[in-house]
Write a new protein. Sequence first.
Lengths: 81, 396
Amino acid sequence: MSGDATVDARGTRCPVPVIRVARATQDLSPGSTVVLLADDVAARSDVPAWARMRGHGLTLEDEGSWTRYTVVVGTTVARST
Amino acid sequence: MEGGYRRAVAHTTVQPSTASLTAGLLDASRGPLHPLAAQTLTAALGVAWADPGARHAPGRAARAHLDTARAVLAGALGARPDELSLHGSAEEALALGLDGLLHARRRAGDRTVAGATERSVLLLRAGAEDAVAVEGTGRVDADAWERAVAAPGVAAAVLQTANGEVGTRQPVERLARAARDAGVPLLLDATASVGREPLPPGAGDVVVADAASFGGPPLGLLVVRTGTRSSLPAPRREAEHGRAFAAPWVPLALAAAEAWRQTEHACADDTREARALVDRVRAAAAGVRDVEVLGDPTDALPHVVTFSVLLADGEALVDELAARGVAVASGSACTSSTLRPSHVLAAMGVLTHGNVRVTLPLASVAPDREDAVALLCRELPDAVRAVRVRMGTEDL
């Protein structure tokens, strides 16, 4: 899988965007990036919270009616037991 | 049919079935009446139905009962009877309380200082964009609050004693002092805490509570302390110290007063037991993979705990637990009519999906609440797994 995957989750609602970005980052090596496009209001809270729990880096860019989330896969995958 | 309506022979009736609905109940945001409050309500139907403003004998009887109830309920809030008015709902009391402060202070400004986790009815008036930020636990950022109340053009401030969704207590003493020092009147929203723990003494120029939080019927209690400038815009209101268009229905006020008497008596024991039960839920939830328990673990209401399950759907979790006999609530978007997540969870910057909220009922209204907690703790890991498997997120 390439490191510049883009997931377009616009038009889907909570919790679909965060599930799709989680699937896209699965098995990627640290430092890879995944871009998520989403317009669901809940994603504004949930994608940052998910990234924090998983130890991924994240930047948000407002594109008007939707948001671009750029995820940088973390070196320590903070998956709790 | 359980929970449905019985059909009479000659006519239809709306009398509900008497089957208990409290088994497994862990959502007491609006709980059942305290049994003695229910008895009081029934008895009051025969003696206190009249308009307390009427001059005839039944009216005078209703007035005497209302005076008694008002004295008891004022005592619950550390207030005098002439400071307390009764309203149809807590939301109405909150709105009237804030409107009264804002109208009286309209020459000082039109801004309201409010934390981002205050109740929606208050944030709608205060303007959510200007809300004071909260920490990840939901506690108001005290430095930001101190700057906000000291800014020019502030007419009023509103502060909850504790948050009813996540339980976290606010630093009421410090924030109230900041408002007082700035000369800004403070509305203290105690709708989540009264009956569960004591009010911070003396805090708040206006105090609002909900009789439902201590085993009474939903009834808004509004205290405007003597010396506080408060006035409502026209039209003129005749009842309840000029704050309501109509007197309350007296049987509800009597039931609320009875609920307070009983709950006050049992409060210390109930709180201790509730905290131990909530800690069990907290531990059980924390033991499930990728579950985040939210709010402050100790500086919090004794009966509230909420957690969010990563990569799970809140509605599916609530339904899965309901199928296993446990009634919980959720702040997730998919469980709300607006499809917006809880503004409280969003302000805290935590997961809003997969949210489960436990609000423990009083032991007096749900004597089997310990069984409900045990059932939740037992079923939770498998319920989460079942939802994740169904959603295909188990391996993510």
